[in-house]
Design a protein around this ligand. Structure first.
Ligand SMILES: Nc1ncnc2c1ncn2[C@@H]1O[C@H](COP(=O)(O)OP(=O)(O)OP(=O)(O)O)[C@@H](O)[C@H]1O
Ligand SMILES: [Mg+2]
Length: 411
């Protein structure tokens, strides 16, 4: 998979950009705050139309453009995989409601045809490595869930559908639970949301269990190599509602297992899990009404990373977290490739500054065969010389790109 051409209008600090990209290694060099990360963000947006770097889509529109009468940003890309070329377009803009109020909109187009943002994952595949992704190891359970969902949604269309269905059913069920909490009423009204929640929830649970088992198999040897054989990585999935555990306490919460407990969730059949989850939702209705929310389910799942049996979220050092996330990401590259038959586009933001030279070289050797790899560096000297020589380089400054060679910088 690769991006052939990119065109940006009013995106972040890019007022206008029109550029073509070659296959292979691409280096984006330049001083701080000039647009290197934003360019990777623009490419990554074509995977699922949401940015991990923005709290909301409005932040993606250029500051100056936001002051105009009708603010908009447009991102267009021509991408190519073994099936041929595709045109992708994202439009972010304000329209007027019938009452004359400005309303924000996001349109997604594939080959000129409007599609729902939820239909985008899987069309264009890319993996983004950000320095701040340490939070996947060190941060909150929601960071780990989001990370897993983003990878799994690109690899697995039914997973994607289950994600959207679960989110929809959960939002509706919680709204009904709040209404029942405040106003009373017959809890059997929950029937209408319990069924779809159980169907989507069981698909998510099994999708996560399988994805993590496969990713762990790929990540463990990579991690062993990155730690020079000193550490062994394990990934542990802890579903908040777990078919493997006995019924919960008075609040419907199951007792917590130790973080290093090994449970094989992949053995379950979808129908079994759906039935058991549905029974659980029904059995815990009273507690859910009392609290005005759905107590347990995939929206509260946890994933933990262990090195030599030590939980990295609680006890890991910075360096251990960094190595674990790198092994995880490299494993996801292989996993996506195995699932889709193609290399995803790799977007590596300042990853090299985090690694010693030997690990930089190891990483580049692993990625040498990818169709297209973007790397950013405020200091290109950070990169192994071999990479600098073979990469096509651009100098990024003030939202513009120009061809670059180390000599350009020196002159
Ligand atoms: N909506 C926006 N409109 C205009 N400028 C923006 C917008 N959002 C961010 N910026 C600015 O774009 C610039 C480029 O940011 P970016 O993160 O891409 O820089 P960078 O080249 O990766 O820098 P660094 O080397 O520090 O990582 C920053 O100055 C940032 O403040
Ligand atoms: Mg940056």
């Amino acid at each position: 998979m690769r991006i052939v051409r990119l065109s940006l209008a009013n995106f972040r600090n890019y007022i206008r950009l029109e550029t073509a990209f070659p296959r292979g290694a691409i280096l984006l060099a330049g001083p701080n705050a000039q647009g290197k990360t934003s360019l990777l963000e623009a490419v990554y947006l074509f995977t699922h139309a949401r940015s991990p770097l923005a709290d909301n889509d409005r932040q993606l529109i250029n500051f100056l453009a936001l002051r105009e009468e009708q603010p908009f940003a447009r991102l267009e890309a021509e991408v190519e995989d073994s099936n041929g070329p595709l045109r992708l377009e994202l439009r972010l803009f304000y329209e007027r409601t019938t009452a004359g109020e400005p309303r924000f909109r996001k349109d997604v187009l594939v080959n000129g045809v409007k599609r729902k943002p939820s239909e985008l994952p899987g069309v264009f595949r890319a993996l983004l490595f950000l320095p701040q992704e340490l939070r996947v190891v060190e941060g909150a359970p929601s960071d780990r869930r989001r990370h897993l969902d983003e990878a799994a949604a690109q690899a697995d269309p039914p997973y994607r559908t289950a994600m959207w269905d679960y989110h929809h059913a959960l939002t509706q069920r919680n709204a009904l639970l709040r209404a029942l909490q405040e106003g009373g009423g017959d809890p059997s009204q929950l029937d209408v949301w319990d069924e779809p929640l159980a169907a989507a929830g069981s698909a998510l649970l099994l999708g996560r269990a399988r994805a993590l088992a496969e990713i762990e198999t790929l990540a463990a040897p990579l991690h062993r190599r990155l730690t020079h054989g000193l550490e062994t990585l394990h990934i542990r999935y802890h579903p908040a509602w777990d078919p493997s555990r006995p019924a919960g306490d008075a609040d419907g919460l199951q007792h917590e297992l130790p973080i290093d407990a090994v449970v094989d969730h992949t053995k379950w059949k979808a129908d079994q899990v759906r039935g058991m989850f549905l029974d659980h939702l029904r059995a815990t209705r009273d507690q859910a009404v009392r609290r005005g929310l759905t107590i347990a389910g995939p929206h509260r799942d946890e994933v933990r990373f262990l090195a030599n049996g030590i939980d990295l979220t609680t006890y890991g050092s910075r360096g251990q977290a960094r190595t674990a996330i790198l092994a995880l990401k490299l494993a996801e590259v292989e996993w996506l490739r195995a699932r889709g038959g193609e290399w995803p586009v790799l977007l590596l933001d300042e990853v090299f500054s985090e690694l010693d030279m030997r690990r930089r070289e190891d990483l580049l050797a692993d990625l040498a065969c990818a169709d297209q790899v973007f790397t950013t560096a405020s200091d290109p000297e950070m990169l192994p010389a071999g990479y600098r020589e073979c990469a096509q380089a651009w100098w990024v400054e003030g939202g513009t790109l120009k061809p670059y060679s180390p000599e350009t910088e020196k002159s």
